[in-house]
Design a protein around this ligand. Structure first.
Ligand SMILES: Cc1cc2nc3c(=O)[nH]c(=O)nc-3n(C[C@H](O)[C@H](O)[C@H](O)COP(=O)(O)OP(=O)(O)OC[C@H]3O[C@@H](n4cnc5c(N)ncnc54)[C@H](O)[C@@H]3O)c2cc1C
Length: 386
């Protein structure tokens, strides 16, 4: 999300020679970009997702419920898609230590699907139990970009051990996402990205409600700076947007409709079974009588496991009717855009990491999406845009 771009720009400035931000402005002629048709009547879908945030980072420990070994794999904040493969690799390694022939996975979101597929690849027969399949999960309502340290932990709580584990998860995930590049349906792709500094300062973002003190969200991306392209400041004649400053990079995009469909299809092709289930307590999971269970219930773990360490961080996306010709994302005046194949994602990110913190409201606020799309329309209408 924007936070990654902003953080990396900030780090580039603060760290001087860190190399995250190239020192020289890139010159040359500006590319002509097809404009995004940013009109509120082109919003065809709006959805709210709750990021399952834990100050200590995702829960990956194990516990025993009678004869059942439970491996937890939940609480990935705003980074669940990004870290899915790496986190699930850790969970599956713990599960396979018990040498099970069968593994049960609870959940069919990003973490459940990747855990199930990795357990199959490790040789286990897998049954997935979940209340919802991927299109109805919270994972389906994410923005769909490589954001591995978006609201993943608090520096003061998680500590250096988690920083090392995070790097392992991020590197493993990145490698595995790459295997889905270039496939029919385009589950994963690279796309251009512009961070546009407006000539006019953005109006102050509405305060996060209820008001909360700012927290020290962990920022780890420096440790994996070798994985992704750097931001470059574009010279005015090379910038496709007329603004006080334009930075350009490339981002990895997850086309969630296709990525989810591909993962579920791969799971079934490898012989996976799905059972609809709505668990109300760990005892009901123990009653399945399985030797090993991987718990990938995301925000649902808060109620199911009575885990109040999970804090909801509300976020809302709007989808504009897809424009296959648009291959760039951007951020402009607190509006964040990801050009997915299943719709151009537009999100109001004013308030930064604290936006939506502690807010478990899952009803859509139409005015929030209308405002974001209207701000985006200014960029193109005013002649600033491509
Ligand atoms: C606005 C927004 C944008 C985001 N953008 C990104 C992004 O660009 N990149 C990124 O990496 N991450 C992003 N995220 C974060 C990402 O969406 C989450 O981290 C991720 O979806 C968590 O996945 P999960 O599989 O743990 O949980 P979920 O998707 O919630 O899946 C949980 C599964 O468990 C099942 N379940 C839960 N409770 C029970 C129960 N009691 N009984 C039976 N089944 C149960 C559910 O039915 C579901 O199948 C974003 C989040 C938000 C809110």
């Amino acid at each position: 999300m924007l936070t990654l771009g902003r953080r990396r720009l900030l780090q580039g400035g603060l760290l001087g020679g860190s190399g995250l931000l190239s020192a020289c402005a890139a010159t040359g002629s500006a590319p002509t970009l097809p404009p995004i048709r940013a009109r509120t009547d082109r919003i065809y879908d709006m959805a709210v997702c709750l990021r399952p945030f834990r100050a200590a980072g995702p829960r990956l420990d194990t516990e025993r419920l009678g004869n059942t070994l439970v491996v937890h794999n939940y609480g990935h904040g705003g980074s669940g898609w990004s870290l899915s493969w790496g986190s699930s690799a850790i969970a599956v390694a713990k599960a396979m230590q018990a040498s099970p022939q069968e593994v049960a996975v609870i959940g069919c979101g990003a973490l459940g699907l990747t855990s199930a597929i990795l357990a199959q690849r490790a040789g286990a027969k897998v049954t997935m139990y979940a209340r919802e399949q991927i299109p109805d999960t919270r994972s389906f309502r994410a923005s769909g970009a490589w954001t591995p340290d978006s609201r993943i932990a608090l520096t003061s709580v998680a500590g250096p051990a988690f920083a090392a584990e995070w790097e392992q998860m991020a590197r493993t995930s990145f490698k595995t996402h790459r295997q889905y590049l270039g496939l029919p349906g385009t589950p994963v792709e690279w796309t251009d990205y512009y961070s546009i500094r407006a000539d006019q300062p953005a109006p102050p973002a509405p305060p996060a409600a209820p008001p909360v003190p700012r927290l020290d969200f962990a920022s780890y991306s420096r440790s994996i700076a070798d994985l992704v392209p750097k931001y470059r400041k574009l010279a005015p004649e090379a910038a496709p947007f007329r603004a006080s400053a334009v930075y350009q990079t490339e981002i990895m995009v997850f086309n969630i409709a296709d990525y989810g469909h591909t993962l579920l299809a791969d799971f079934f092709t490898a012989g996976g079974q799905f059972r609809h289930a709505d668990f109300h307590s760990p005892a009901e999971i123990a009653a399945l009588g399985k030797r090993v269970v991987i718990n990938c219930t995301g925000y649902g773990a808060r109620a199911l496991w009575d885990d109040e360490s999970i804090v909801p961080v509300r976020g809302q996306i709007a989808r504009l009717i897809p424009q296959p010709e648009v291959h760039y994302g951007l951020d402009y005046k607190h509006v964040y855009v990801v050009p997915r194949r299943d719709g151009i994602i537009v999100q109001d990110v004013g308030g930064g990491d604290m936006k939506g913190y502690g807010d478990a409201t899952e009803t859509v606020d139409r005015s929030e999406s209308d405002r974001a799309v209207t701000t985006l329309s200014e960029l193109f209408r005013s002649g600033l845009g491509a």
